[in-house]
Design a protein around this ligand. Structure first.
Ligand code: NAD
Ligand code: NAD
Lengths: 207, 207
């Protein structure tokens, strides 16, 4: 049983390790990874021991080996994908971003109700009508849904995604989605992040 | 010295308390707030004791009083605002969202380099040219900057915001900003949240 916060840290370590490797680095130290997530070198060492990866205090960790080990844990054995519902300003920003960063989780399909968006291919991703949701998810290995629709449509969209087999939701709408216990939901709220930044901007950079 | 994670929790409690009060509720229990942030009732009680607010196990906490107490801590004594730099897909989604949710931190000004955006008023917020950044920030109480520009422009934008007096940055670009020690930076990365959701979608809903 891996705690939610640890999965978050491992994902952030891997993202940064990939950047360092692209810059030509081969060994990384626990204090560098710690600084990345606002944690301590001891927490990094604990995280990496939990996933069975050890380094040495003098020589640090071997970067590509560590990326592989984290990927074994984080990535699905078979190709998994994401469905995006709502291709407005936020949806377009997400498609634009993912088309450039090639994450391990490709956005396989997008859905919207606006006629002028349906049938278009945006940043390499096809936008389908909401009426096609079940049919498209029946043919694609989608396990995660991104909810980027207006708040009044959010619960209805979540219900349909779950009905079609999705087991994880990334919710951008300012409402709490009611889901069955086997579905994992993560709320993203920029307002909470902004309040945190403003607090530490006034009180000196936090821990 | 309040830890970063606690500020995040307090902000999330307040957001949800406001919704419950709008629905007509007057008393809230620690297990309800705990469930909101994936924490325990004991952690909620510890958080609220740290800010000097107590309830009773039988009757819970009085909601409007608790909102006021959290606001005294989180909000600035004088009106503070935010500057948004980069009014593309993501910038527009942020302006659209904040124009509807009236947070305690208003977006006072937006900046971009694209001629067709400069001088327009989008969702109640004026878009200025980047050449006007210092002049506009000299007249508005801006302490936080949102960086929503293409990655290659990010560091330059951060430097100018800091030079103009901003002490907190919310960074959406996939690069680590180099800032002086008195500046607080928070990186937002949807890819990390998505990987976490996908992990728990496969392994059953997390803790
Ligand atoms: N969490 C945050 O910090 C944050 C930040 C920005 C936006 N948001 C939220 O994200 C959501 C999207 O924001 P936006 O700026 O992109 O809005 P938008 O209005 O630009 O886009 C919404 C899109 O959803 C589509 N849509 C409407 N009803 C639908 C339905 N029933 N099924 C499928 N598609 C539907 C619309 O056609 C449109 O393309 C909103 O709920 C907004 O509050 C949250
Ligand atoms: N962190 C995440 O999860 C996430 C998600 C989506 C997008 N993003 C990132 O957010 C940023 C914006 O994404 P987008 O989809 O809105 O891109 P976009 O290209 O639609 O918008 C960028 C805007 O910045 C403006 N701009 C360019 N150079 C500038 C400069 N020097 N000063 C001021 N403005 C400038 C452009 O004119 C444009 O309006 C990108 O860096 C993208 O990678 C991150």
């Amino acid at each position: 049983e891996i705690p939610v916060r640890m999965v978050e840290r491992l994902s952030a370590y891997r993202r940064q390790l990939r950047r360092w490797v692209a810059e030509g680095r081969t060994r990384i130290y626990s204090h560098e990874l710690g600084a990345l997530v606002g944690g301590t070198p001891a927490q990094v060492r604990r995280d990496l021991m939990t996933i069975g990866y050890t380094g040495s205090p003098a020589r640090g960790y071997e970067a590509t080996g560590l990326i592989e080990r984290i990927s074994q844990l984080l990535d699905a054995p078979t190709r998994q994908g994401v469905a995006l519902v709502g291709v407005g300003y936020l949806g377009r920003a997400i498609l634009n971003y993912f088309s450039k960063t090639h994450p391990d989780l490709p956005i396989l399909a997008a859905f919207d109700v606006a006629p002028e968006k349906i049938g278009r291919v945006l940043d390499g991703c096809r936008c389908y009508a909401m009426t096609e949701l079940e049919a498209v998810l029946g043919t694609q290995p989608v396990t995660v849904g991104i909810v980027a629709v207006p708040v009044e449509a959010a619960q209805g969209v979540a219900d349909r995604l779950i009905q079609a087999g999705v087991r994880g939701l990334l919710n951008f709408t300012p409402t709490r989605l009611r889901v069955p216990p086997e579905v994992y939901v993560e709320d993203v709220d920029i307002a909470v992040s902004l309040e945190k930044v403003a607090f530490f901007a006034r009180h000196g950079a936090g821990s």
